[in-house]
Design a protein. Structure first.
Length: 306
């Protein structure tokens, strides 16, 4: 193939989750409702944390960023999916596809790093309560958030560069509802085994290293709680419970998709619904329903506004 013809594909067709018109209508309603709940719930947390004086601990500092990332993350895929179901237009330009790929990995990876930072924060709060304010200063938290953004940028830049350099000469149908690395590797008209390995290693290093830090944080927390009273246990686990729930919902499917070289795209796109749609929607619910401080702050905020 001469290079002229190497990437002759100017646009892709996203096949979505189903070809069945009835099922598509159901998905349209479901995705629209989920997306609106995601934006409203996370926006409420951002507004509550930024305008409440009582929620100034590092935990809420991270939660505020997590909520902002969740809005951005679900916005890279959901609006486009909703629009294509509404208008029936499934095409996405080559550039649009690469932008979506970059954005999806950028915000997804930031989320992973933020969840890891939050686990470390809980670990310090429970295991070294007397040194907590000295260890988790505003500056330290700022550095951790900054590190999350930079790390995520490097990860997604690598994923995107590896994909953008591949030749695409047709077919151009992506068996997914957004542009992701694995479905694109299947379409490239070149041997993509090496790229697939680099992509899996890149994703694997991010998810596994973060997961190991998370697990270690919780092991340290559990060990330090050994001599505690049941009240101490309850307090510690109530602050960690919501975090663990979010981690399982997000990491489980995410690890499943990115750590192995992809063979079954249908499984991948179904798993993707979990971490791209459901997890960002549940985060605010999980964090607010289990947290008295946030609930009180939200009530105060509403009574002030009303």
């Amino acid at each position: 193939i001469n290079m002229e013809n190497a990437s002759s594909v100017k646009e892709f067709i996203l096949l979505g989750l189903s070809e069945n018109p009835g099922v598509q209508k159901m998905y349209l309603v479901m995705f629209l409702v989920f997306y609106l709940i995601t934006v409203a719930g996370n926006l409420l947390i951002v507004i509550t944390v930024t305008s409440s004086r009582s929620l100034n601990s590092p935990m809420y500092f991270f939660l505020c960023y997590l909520s902002f990332v969740d809005i951005s993350y679900s916005s890279t895929t959901a609006p486009r999916m909703i629009a294509s179901l509404l208008l029936g237009n499934k095409t996405i330009s080559f550039v649009g596809c690469m932008v979506q790929l970059f954005g999806f990995h950028f915000f997804g990876c930031t989320e992973i790093f933020l969840l890891t930072a939050m686990a470390y924060d809980r670990c310090v709060a429970i295991c070294r309560p007397l040194h907590y304010s000295a260890l988790m200063t505003r500056r330290m938290c700022g550095h951790m958030v900054m590190g999350s953004w930079v790390g995520a940028f490097l990860h997604s830049a690598l994923q995107t560069l590896l994909t953008i350099r591949l030749p695409f000469c047709g077919p151009n149908k992506i068996d997914h509802y957004f542009c992701d690395v694995h479905p694109l590797l299947h379409l490239a008209c070149a041997d993509t085994r090496t790229v697939a390995i680099i992509v899996a290693v890149n994703g694997g290093v991010v998810t596994l290293s973060s997961f190991i830090i998370l697990v270690m944080s919780y092991v340290v927390i559990l060990v330090s709680l050994r001599g505690q009273t049941s009240a101490g246990w309850h307090k510690a686990l109530s602050t960690c419970g919501s975090h663990i729930t979010v981690v399982i919902l997000f990491f489980g499917p995410c690890t499943f998709v990115y750590i192995r070289p992809s063979s079954n795209l249908a499984e991948d796109k179904n798993a993707a619904v979990f971490y791209s749609v459901i997890s960002p929607m549940l985060n605010p619910l999980i964090y607010t329903l289990r947290n008295e401080e946030v609930k009180t702050a939200v009530r105060k905020l509403w009574s002030r506004k009303v």
